[in-house]
Design a protein around this ligand. Sequence first.
Ligand code: AIR
Length: 211
Amino acid sequence: MTDELDSLIGTLETEASRDRPPEETPEIGIIMGSDSDLDVMAGSEEGRPGAYDALTELGFVEQTSYDEPPEARFTFETYVVSAHRTPDLLYAYAETAAARGLDVIIAGAGGKSADLPNMTASIAYPLPVIGVPVQEKSVDSVIGMPQGAPLVAVDAGKSFNAALSAVQMLARQHPDLEDRLRAYHEDLQAGVADVSRDLHERGTPDFQGRE
Ligand code: AIR
């Protein structure tokens, strides 16, 4: 094992042995098989929004230091964990997740061997894991779990929805998050109503910019 990998695993294991209060630990862990998955898993300015965008929209802050947590009550962390390139890291991440204070993991992987979500779900059990197939061809690999080994998953690329689902789970014990989810949904409805009225009143060619 390389020193870098050893050190990263050591950090996770040390955190697991600490007894930090929930206010100082991330509630949600986002992991992905490669940093090439980041545009799908986090979202990007050119492409679709992703899990990072959904969580920050709901007031979560990304935690980048265990010793200096953000002031925000609800936080998430982000790591690259490859099931096939770094199996020891996958095992350490999933095995320490609950002890490090995580309540739910969002795991995404691409390609046809997208095993990070399902292996994380098996090792971190009973912590819930939401799988994100990064590409269409990853869907079968992510969702194909045997009976007794559960994993919930979203459609290909829908990490934004995975984040909303994660917050829905947390909202059962945090009324503040339930309020934020309701407010988000109301904004969503208002947005559709605005577009609908605009399309109707301007007519299709004007709306589409054809004239
Ligand atoms: N991957 C990485 N380790 C194991 C798997 N299945 C996936 C990543 C990424 C794809 O392989 O999730 O979607 C290609 O990774 P890369 O690093 O070659 O771009």
